[in-house]
Design a protein around this ligand. Sequence first.
Ligand code: HEM
Ligand code: HEM
Length: 235
Amino acid sequence: MTTEVAASGHDPKYQKAVYVFEAPVRIWHWLHALSIGVLCITGYFIANPLPALQGEASDHFLMGTIREIHFIAAYVFAIGFAVRIYWAIVGNKYARELFLPAVWRPAWWKGLGHELKYYLFLTRKSHKVMGHNPLAQMAMWLFNVVLVLFLIFTGFALYGEGLGLGSWADRWFGWVIPALGGSMETKMWHLLGMWVMLVFVVIHIYMAIRADIMDRESSVSTIMGGWRMFKDDRP
Ligand code: HEM
Ligand code: HEM
């Protein structure tokens, strides 16, 4: 049987579906995406406030409501991320890939080189991967771990200013403001973080849909249903 597989180039491991993204990862993915959408829209309006409305401010409280929605989405975003860290510890091996790209493995770097060639249209053959390919892992780590932590730290530091000196947010995150040079600077970095995140979102959605059509394995249905399926059984 083994010789037959080797001779024909078919690999039994690609003949059956593999359960990659467990339910907590999938639920987190969509909550994370939704909260980022709300944070970007409300954050944009905090940075570019709407013109003053007529009448008593307390009658409509428009900017106050926008800030409140930003803070509710911020809690969903931050608590969701904490739960996702917990799931990286107790979940399956694919749940850890987001936090720990296997940079110590030479094969990982080889895979990264291949993916770069693939996306630069220098090779037609896409490699099959059960979890994320190395390029996706690297992008996920930079934008969804490093950048997410940056937005949480700067966001809660600014939130601490509103809650007041000595509040829990001020005690945990207050140090970020002097470290970044002041309140205005922290707001600018937080705002810049939004634009960097939007760059990721646009490329990510494009690549997810493209992968679903062009690659040799499922993509969008995998982040919805959890199962990775292969379109052929060659390695
Ligand atoms: C704010 C928007 C979004 C963000 C920040 C985001 C972030 C992420 C992250 C962090 C992962 C890795 C999941 C993990 O291993 O824990 C992921 C996977 C994935 N996302 Fe998104 N996502 C967003 C929106 C979308 C949308 C709208 C789609 C659908 C077109 C999508 C399709 C996918 C797919 C297909 C995967 C799995 C990739 C694979 O098969 O390796 N994402 N996304
Ligand atoms: C994807 C994540 C996030 C994005 C895209 C985002 C975006 C933004 C933007 C664009 C601003 C306006 C900055 C300016 O004044 O020019 C803002 C302000 C702010 N954000 Fe976020 N934010 C995110 C996460 C968070 C988190 C996790 C918190 C934590 C509570 C937070 C709290 C705040 C606060 C307190 C302000 C200042 C509000 C004010 O000055 O009235 N943000 N955010």
